[in-house]
Design a protein around this ligand. Structure first.
Ligand code: ADP
Length: 562
């Protein structure tokens, strides 16, 4: 796959500044890994403050030209970009699966979804309307103009390597803003490919720049620059808070799409099939690694047993594996740290009385792989030289004379101890690892699709964003109790409810302190709909007609002497 992608013309590894592909000024690079097997896919430019400053200057210079093009002109270039993204959806999808891990079908789905923001804002570019206001004075006239804010800094995460970029670039470019984009260092390849297509679509040099590498340094340069008039960020709440504080220094506009803690409420009067399908979709998309994934499954006592039974059966039938394999429903998590976090939340819940219904541990896919290993400075007395290793490990013993070699070679009694699959033999005392020396990372990032029951809302797993394929189930009795539990969190991004009672669906939707509510529906993110959260889930909205506002300044013009 990598070889094919490399010949596609879209496999970029440099940053894009002022329309030129550029290495880091000090030549530094950072490696990009395939999360499914730990292999290095590419080394990309590792940039910092200096490159970011130059990217900002390029964007600043390009603004005067880009913002003055007609809306129709910007629109047609965005359409071209949209068309190219769709034409290249297979290649982009493969890049996403390669660096992010999600199943290929889902990755291609992300390309179509991500591209839809470019198409939508190509249309909206022509609808940045102003206003004429009734004047309080007979000789004056009041007008409202909407103008692009200027240079936009966009920092994006790894879970949607393309869509998180297009959601920001679409409205920004439509309004006439220019951009410095910093994709996640874990998934820069998709962003760079999309940027290459933007150039091909006629987005002029300097209008869209991409830098990546040292996130805090790039962030600092963006925050400190008075030329950057807006920062748009998707990522963790912790980093979002830091950026918001940093933006205060130059009073930038800020949009933040931060963490969620989505409740998914299944009422007794829900249609079981609809609730099952919807709640599975909201939980397991992207292996649970989206900010609108269900984080807490609230199930009413009357439907509890029936629902959990059906949910377990469905979860057990999921196929976990490499995103490129046929029929795979769930890929790996993004990295080892992600698996450890998910597992620690599960173990914490279990230690406090939650029960594993399905899963509950690292997936055994790949657990039996060991790195091809060479160990030097081995002595014949070491366990590794006395027992049969039966694994891909070569212990090297140095000798001087022929006699010594014969003596060492014959100094063994038996090979009766077979330790299949165990690696306890590599107890290195004095010996040195030359290559390998540990379990292979192939497959270590897979986690079993998991359900845990008897969860309480006070447990860590119900308070933190899991970002993994784990459904913690909380049982409730009344509608009031469900609403109270659902709102008892600092987050407020997405919530879901399943009921066939129309009054209840309105009542609960209105009571939920969330920016996105799905009623009898688990997938709810479209370019035409506003996406964003209440409380600490963020500021501003992406997508929809409201998505332009965050990139526009409002200017009031008063004409006198009329
Ligand atoms: P996630 O949990 O999705 O990795 P992060 O908030 O850590 O969330 O990362 C989201 C984006 O923010 C990434 O592009 C990352 O490189 C970037 N980032 C992380 N720390 C900083 C920082 N101090 N300044 C600017 N960007 C940052």
């Amino acid at each position: 796959v990598v070889a094919r992608l490399k010949s596609s013309g879209l496999f970029q590894t440099k940053g894009l500044i002022g329309g030129k592909w550029i290495d880091a000024y000090d030549g530094k690079t950072v490696e990009v890994y395939n999360p499914a097997n730990g292999e290095v896919i590419a080394s990309v430019a590792c940039m910092g403050e200096r490159e970011t400053k130059d990217a900002i200057s390029s964007a600043y210079d390009a603004f005067s030209h880009w913002s003055k093009l007609t809306a129709a002109d910007r629109s047609s270039r965005l359409y071209k970009w949209y068309n190219l993204l769709i034409e290249q959806k297979e290649v982009l999808g493969q890049l996403i699966t390669l660096e992010q891990g999600k199943p290929l079908k889902e990755a291609i789905g992300e390309v179509v979804y991500g591209a839809s923001y470019i198409e939508y804002f190509a249309e909206e570019a022509k609808r940045v309307y102003g206003d004429i206001l009734p004047s309080p004075m007979p000789d004056r006239r009041l007008f409202v103009l909407k103008q692009p804010v200027g240079v936009v800094g966009a920092i994006t995460p790894w879970n949607f390597p393309l869509a998180m970029i297009t959601r920001k670039a679409g409205p920004a470019l439509a309004c006439g803003c220019t951009l410095v984009i910093k994709p996640s260092e874990l998934t820069p390849l998709t962003a760079l490919a999309a940027a290459e297509l933007a150039l091909q679509a006629g987005i002029p040099p300097g209008v869209l720049n991409v830098v990546m590498g040292d996130a805090p340094k790039i962030g600092k340069a963006l925050l400190e620059s008075p030329q950057v008039r807006k920062l748009t960020f998707t990522g963790s709440t912790a980093v979002g808070k830091k950026l918001m504080a940093g933006a205060a220094e130059t009073v930038k506009k800020v949009s933040l799409e931060l963490g969620g803690n989505a409740p998914c409420i299944v009422f007794d009067d829900a249609d079981l099939e609809v609730a099952l399908e919807g709640s599975l979709a909201t939980k397991l998309r992207n292996s649970g690694q989206t900010c609108i994934c269900t984080n807490r499954l609230l199930v009413q006592e009357g439907i509890y047993d029936k629902f959990i039974n059906a949910y377990s059966n469905a979860v057990q039938s999921l196929k976990v594996g490499n995103g490129f394999s046929e029929g795979v429903d769930q890929g790996p998590l993004i990295n080892e740290a992600a698996v450890q976090k998910v597992d620690s939340l599960v173990q914490d819940a279990i230690s406090q009385g939650a029960k594993v219904v399905v899963g509950g541990k690292r997936h055994n896919l790949g657990l039996t792989f060991y790195e091809p290993t060479i160990i030097s400075d081995v002595k014949n007395e070491m366990l590794i030289a006395r027992r049969e290793i039966f694994g891909p490990v070569t212990p090297v013993i140095r000798f001087k004379t022929e006699e010594e070699a014969i003596q060492i070679a014959n100094d063994t009694d038996s090979d009766q101890v077979h330790l299949y699959g165990k690696h306890g033999l590599i107890q290195i005392t004095g010996a040195k690892v030359v290559v390998g020396g540990k379990r292979h990372s192939l497959g270590l990032t897979f986690y079993e699709p998991t359900i845990i029951s008897d969860v309480k809302n006070e447990m860590l797993i119900a308070r933190q964003e899991i970002f993994g394929p784990v459904a913690p189930v909380i049982r409730f009795k009344t509608e009031e109790e469900a609403i109270q539990i659902a709102n008892d969190t600092d987050a407020g991004l997405a919530a879901y409810l399943f009921t066939n009672n129309i009054q209840r669906s309105w009542r609960v939707s209105e009571a939920l302190e969330y920016g996105i509510v799905g009623v009898n529906e688990g997938l709810h993110a479209y370019e035409v709909a506003p996406f964003g959260g209440f409380k600490q889930s963020g500021l501003g909205r992406e997508g929809s007609k409201y998505g332009l506002d965050d990139f526009l300044e409002i200017k009031c013009i008063c004409m006198g002497n009329m």
